[in-house]
Design a protein around this ligand. Structure first.
Ligand SMILES: Cc1cc2nc3c(=O)[nH]c(=O)nc-3n(C[C@H](O)[C@H](O)[C@H](O)COP(=O)(O)OP(=O)(O)OC[C@H]3O[C@@H](n4cnc5c(N)ncnc54)[C@H](O)[C@@H]3O)c2cc1C
Length: 381
């Protein structure tokens, strides 16, 4: 068994880590959090350094990396600023990967090079006010009329919808649940498109929006995959699920690691009753459990990724990774607040931000309950 990253992967991790340490000191992360500001400049710097090309094939100007490379990148970024990982994830999953896996040749040529160099940002619009976990029940409708598809409806909680150029919009085009969904590449400048930011508990700066489509007209060539992909949207999305779960697992690992490191340092320095609080067995054990569970979560996630890159069946493993990494990181962030006592509850300390930021990971990309339903099915239940 080989648990090592390749030399290139170690180099990638060091480069991202150095970038994050230099560019995202705590005061920068705090400024973005407090002002609920989309991290345009930091995202621009990541693009300038070529990171957006990690998962794009070399023929379109990318690095041709695999999902482990993506996870290394996201884990390091999420340690410092999860919302930046989230913003980069929107480009890399819902731009690069969606087009790479489903786009027509013209769409790949049109979009991928511009995604690599940071010219374009993508957002992914599936969730609706009445269709969250029950995603195949979406009602935003696209109807073909006079040479155009006309989209009407609304979407909910769409990350980056107010700052992106292309909104991958999933619509109802036939009554069948999964065989009646078509995905369109909607230009955010189209008349009738609008996005309104929603104030969220964490991931401040994510520009999570309510989105409205009011007679938005789209050309047939802007169907993801081209005209022959009408009603194929659900199956196009399915191709992305393992990768999405793994990327979100690595974001959870990054936040969990940051919350753990923060609490460990604090426990070594804070003294009560004449000794560092980390020497009290209750705190030692808490930190030991946090370290052990984080290590177990990381092994689970990278094992699932190993299956994915080796072409092995991995729906069960990626769902386990998503559920376990998110829940473990949540537990660690909560324990971190407790270890800091009153300071854990103070906005001046970062412990509270780790907790607020981690909570989305057991909701977005399929909730923990939905992951458990999937695992249950895989177990024959
Ligand atoms: C910050 C943020 C960013 C997001 N970004 C995006 C985005 O970019 N694009 C996008 O399309 N969506 C996005 N979402 C939406 C996200 O994917 C949904 O919130 C999620 O799928 C859950 O849907 P819901 O909120 O409607 O909850 P519901 O589906 O109403 O679920 C409510 C509760 O019921 C549980 N539940 C529901 N069904 C079952 C079941 N069958 N078995 C057991 N329990 C069940 C859920 O687990 C949950 O605990 C985002 C959400 C947030 C909060």
């Amino acid at each position: 068994m080989d648990f090592n990253f390749s030399d290139e992967q170690n180099m990638l991790r060091d480069t991202v880590r150095k970038f994050a340490e230099k560019e995202i000191p705590p005061e920068v992360a705090r400024d973005i959090d407090e002002n609920d500001r989309f991290p345009h400049e930091l995202l621009g710097k990541l693009c300038d350094l070529g990171f957006m090309g990690i998962n794009i094939a070399e023929e379109y100007g990318g690095m041709g990396g695999n999902v482990v490379d993506e996870m290394i990148f996201f884990e390091e970024l999420a340690k410092k600023l999860p919302v930046l990982a989230w913003a980069a994830g929107n480009i890399m999953l819902y731009g690069n990967a969606i087009i790479g896996k489903n786009g027509s040749e013209e769409q790949k040529k049109k979009y991928l090079p511009r995604l690599v160099n940071g010219e374009l940002k993508f957002a992914f619009a599936l969730t609706e006010p009445n269709a969250g976990s029950d995603a195949s029940n979406i009602r935003t409708r696209a109807v073909f009329k006079d040479g155009h598809w006309v989209i009407n409806g609304s979407k909910m909680f769409i990350t980056g919808a107010g700052v992106s150029d292309i909104i991958v919009t999933n619509t109802r085009t036939a009554e069948s649940r999964t065989r009646g969904i078509t995905s369109f590449l909607v230009d955010a400048k189209s008349p009738g498109y609008s996005a309104k930011p929603i104030k969220m508990l964490g991931h401040k700066g994510s520009n999570t929006c309510e989105v409205y489509y009011d007679d938005v007209r789209v050309l047939p060539e802007d169907i993801l995959g081209g005209e022959e992909c009408v009603n194929r949207g659900w199956y196009q999305m399915m191709k992305l699920l393992n990768q999405e779960r793994l990327v979100l697992s690595s974001c959870a690992l990054g936040i969990g690691q940051a919350a753990f490191d923060y609490a460990l340092n604090y426990a070594k320095e804070r003294e009560q009753f004449g000794q560092p609080i980390g020497r009290f067995q209750a705190i030692t054990h808490r930190l030991v459990e946090m370290a052990t569970e984080l290590e177990a979560a990381r092994r689970l996630a990278y094992y699932a990724a190993w299956r994915e890159i080796n072409g092995l069946e991995c729906v069960k493993e990626t769902s386990m990774a998503k559920y376990y990494c998110a829940e473990t990181a949540k537990k660690i962030a909560l324990n971190g607040v407790q270890i800091l006592g009153g300071y854990g509850y103070a906005m001046e300390y970062e412990a509270q931000r780790f907790l607020r930021d981690v909570l989305i990971l057991s909701i977005g990309g399929g909730t923990t309950e939905i992951q458990k339903n999937i695992i249950g099915k895989q177990l024959g239940l």
